[in-house]
Design a protein around this ligand. Structure first.
Ligand SMILES: Nc1ncnc2c1ncn2[C@@H]1O[C@H](COP(=O)(O)OP(=O)(O)OP(=O)(O)O)[C@@H](O)[C@H]1O
Length: 467
């Protein structure tokens, strides 16, 4: 049966100026080295509060040596405040019961190390929303996205040299589109926008790619090559997957950011001035990496100015439908045909799918369905999202592939292939290079394939060490 009203539920009417959400939280330290301190934390959209000994936390408990670097988080869902132990050594206790995750109420006391904390206030604030449904090419209609657009419009209006931006969010949520939009709206728009994906940097050549190299760096005949900073001179350098930047390259990057000068790989004494706005993105937990010594804190503070967090697609309500329709319209325009329509059942399937690869995966599913569906409508079964479909998180065995169409069977097979390959190589140092080599691919092609198939985030989470 068709639902009576299938219009988006969480999109905000055009022209709405603001909406109310939780905006400020207060915590009181009842006992421990910081007893008596009251910490007030403004919370951004979808942001969680973190506590621990690390300077990167919102609630810094520097003097309690029983507290881990990043010990606990608090985030707020419709059900209440969710307190979570972030793999701390000594645990999180509520009423002296150790918990991994607990929903706590106002005034609840919890203990981390020798410190007892009380959640004393959670205040609501009215936040402004953009009147637009897009920022550059990034589209969205739900309040979370419209609040984001308002933030981005204000960031874009600031002088670009003064501003550092760190964009976080799962793979495929639009981080590169945000960076591109900020560049296009800045006074640097006429100059280059250069993207460096740190996850595809080959270790041996990383320094030469970032800093550039002079004539004869590798062989006598090798020509000179400017690094990414020089290429982006007067424009913007987008450092994607910054969490994957090799540790030994981090101080060199910091030096360039601080001094605005770059010395090529084999020309240590020849400094070249560069005027570059750097925008960074990651889907890794940089705070945790800093507290574990896997990312330099000085570089973290250098790049961490304005934090832009992109919600995952499953947190954006009916944006999934509106985005799908947008992709269909764009396809129709490029083919000169009327856009195909999604049935109500297709809407339901899109809403229910988990989308580990977020908007990138949605776009791929929609484009694939539009190309392969003969009639003017796309039904749920044309999307192949249900049990046994291509976007299930768990493994497909080989036999269901045989009953799929050729293109879907190929995608299904590719997912199986990459999963098996990653299992074979294991989560150990250098696994990307090793897996790419076994697949006969270059690193960048390998990482792109993982992203396209929605496997990249899980692969990174599973990897115990830096790739
Ligand atoms: N809100 C959006 N509106 C329209 N298109 C989007 C949106 N978000 C993402 N896309 C599309 O999805 C794809 C992935 O976007 P993008 O590369 O910006 O994601 P990302 O977060 O940088 O991914 P990764 O972390 O894997 O590099 C692109 O084709 C982009 O155009």
């Amino acid at each position: 049966m068709e639902p009576e009203d299938d219009t988006p539920t969480r999109a905000v009417a055009r022209g709405t100026v603001g909406y109310e959400r939780l905006g400020r939280v207060s915590l009181k330290v009842l006992s421990g080295p910081d007893a008596g301190r009251v910490v007030q934390v403004p919370i951004g959209r979808g942001q969680q509060i973190r506590g621990g000994r690390s300077e990167t936390c919102h609630v810094v408990l520097r003097d309690d040596d029983q507290v881990s670097g990043v010990h606990f988080s608090l985030h707020f869902e419709p059900v209440g405040a969710v307190l979570r132990d972030l793999d701390s050594t000594n645990g999180v206790y509520v009423h002296e019961v150790r918990v991994r995750e607990a929903i706590i109420e106002l005034d609840t006391v919890f203990r981390v190390g020798a410190t007892a904390l009380q959640l004393t206030a959670a205040e609501r604030v009215v936040v402004p929303l953009s009147a637009k449904d897009h920022f550059g090419e990034l589209y969205g209609w739900c309040p979370e996205m419209r609040e984001l657009f308002d933030e981005l419009e204000r960031v874009a209006a600031m002088p670009s040299s003064a501003l550092r931006v760190l964009i976080t969010g799962e793979t495929g949520t639009g981080k590169e589109l945000v960076a591109r939009g900020l560049h296009d709206l800045s006074e640097r728009a006429q100059h280059p926008f250069v993207v460096l994906d740190c996850s595809t940097l080959p270790r041996e050549l990383a320094e030469a790619i970032v800093l550039g190299y002079g004539r004869g760096a590798f062989t006598h005949a090798a020509p000179e090559q400017p690094g990414v900073f020089e290429q982006a001179h007067r424009g913007t350098l987008f450092l994607d997957e910054l969490g994957e930047l090799p540790l030994d390259l981090q101080p060199k990057l910091l030096r360039v950011l601080e001094r605005g000068e770059v010395a090529r790989f084999n020309e240590r004494n020849k400094l070249r001035k560069v005027d570059v706005r750097v925008i960074c993105a990651t889907n890794r937990d940089l705070q945790k990496m800093v507290s574990e010594g896997r990312f330099r804190s000085d570089l973290y503070f250098r790049i961490y100015g304005k934090h832009v967090e992109l919600p995952s697609l499953s947190e954006r309500g009916d944006d999934v439908i509106l985005l799908a329709e947008r992709f269909l319209r764009a396809m129709g325009e490029s083919l000169g045909t009327p856009p195909k329509q999604l049935t109500a059942a297709a809407h339901q399937a899109l809403r229910a799918a988990p989308w580990p690869g977020n908007v990138r995966q949605l776009k791929q599913v929609i484009e694939c369905a539009a190309q392969l569906t003969r009639g003017p409508t796309i039904d749920a079964r044309d999307l192949h999202l249900g049990p046994g479909g291509i976007t299930r998180r768990d493994q497909l065995d080989a036999s269901p592939l045989l009953s799929l169409r050729w293109d879907e069977a190929q995608v299904g097979f590719q997912r199986e292939y990459f999963k098996a390959l990653m299992q074979r190589v294991g989560a150990r140092r250098g696994w990307i290079g090793r897996a790419a080599e076994l697949a006969g691919m270059d690193r960048s092609g390998f990482v792109k394939a993982l992203k396209r198939l929605g496997l990249y985030r899980h692969a990174m989470e599973d990897a115990a060490e830096e790739p």
